[in-house]
Design a protein around this ligand. Structure first.
Ligand SMILES: Nc1ncnc2c1ncn2[C@@H]1O[C@H](COP(=O)(O)OP(=O)(O)O)[C@@H](O)[C@H]1O
Ligand SMILES: [Mg+2]
Length: 255
């Protein structure tokens, strides 16, 4: 089997933020590949640079040095407008918390990215309706998004990320605010996008337990991509992993 060609590549990316008079280097020589139809996890502790990497991959941050290639195109060479248009077409983004236009209902919010880019209204609503069905939230179309549970809002957030039919979905700690059951549902949805719809999904997380589900993972520490794990290595690594005890279990043990 020949290795499939990557869909996205970071090449020797360094990122420095200037704070007052000092430069803080947040990413050091970051190199990674994202492959089509894979579920890739960027794993690392808080403050390690995961969000900066993700924001660089979607072109919201520009590398201080180095390159970002998506579909073979160097997005760091694009103008801001070009890059925004390219992102809207190719990448859907899901954050830890979705922000809604509170006066609009669920389907309006999902259709909004297409309406903003001047797509035909009937097309926008047909796409929004399809995207809501993809995440199992079609029956909530007329509800207000702010009245939904956190887990339901994340599903609608995924629908909104899917509305423009992008090949790549990027997600920054999508389960960060959710209980275990809702987290598992959101992860299952993201995996389904790869399995059933041939999407490429990248997820940033600090939760170890998801690693066993990924096709590939990159471990990040102090702004350095320390290691790449393929699926076999992840299975090996995680085979003896036991969920940490809940507080309740821990108390039981003590007594
Ligand atoms: N815009 C910024 N300006 C200055 N420092 C930043 C900025 N964004 C991130 N950082 C710093 O970069 C480091 C990595 O942050 P981040 O990428 O958000 O990590 P993570 O997502 O892994 O928690 C942190 O020390 C953070 O304070
Ligand atoms: Mg972060």
């Amino acid at each position: 089997m020949t290795a499939e060609k990557h869909i996205l590549r970071l090449w020797n990316v360094n990122k420095t933020f200037r704070i007052g008079r000092s430069d803080i280097q947040v990413l050091r020589d970051a190199n990674l590949h994202i492959y089509p139809r894979e579920f890739t996890i960027l794993y690392g502790p808080s403050g390690s640079g995961k969000s900066t990497i993700l924001n660089t991959m979607i072109g919201l941050e520009v590398p201080s040095t180095g390159k970002v290639y998506i579909h073979g195109r160097d997005i760091s060479k694009m103008s801001d407008d070009e890059r925004a248009a390219f992102r809207n077409e190719n990448i859907g983004v899901v954050y830890q918390q979705s922000h809604w236009v509170k006066t609009l209902n669920v389907i309006d919010n999902v259709a909004l990215p297409l309406l903003i880019s001047n797509r035909d209204e009937s097309y926008a609503y047909a796409r929004a309706s399809y995207a809501l069905a993809q995440v199992g939230m079609d029956s909530f179309a007329k509800r207000s998004p702010v009245q939904l549970s956190g887990g339901q809002q994340q599903k609608v957030g995924i629908a909104r990320a899917l509305v423009a039919d992008p090949a790549i979905i990027m997600s920054d700690e999508p389960t960060g605010n959710l209980d275990t059951t809702s987290s598992d549902e959101v992860i299952e949805l993201l995996m389904g996008l790869v399995r059933d719809y041939g999407r490429t999904v990248v997820m940033v997380t600090h939760e170890l337990r998801f690693l066993k589900l990924a096709n590939r993972a990159y471990a990040i520490k102090d702004g350095v991509i320390e290691k790449e794990y393929n699926q076999g290595e992840l299975q090996d690594l995680m085979k003896d992993f036991v969920e940490p005890l809940s507080l309740e279990d821990a108390t039981k043990d003590v007594n």
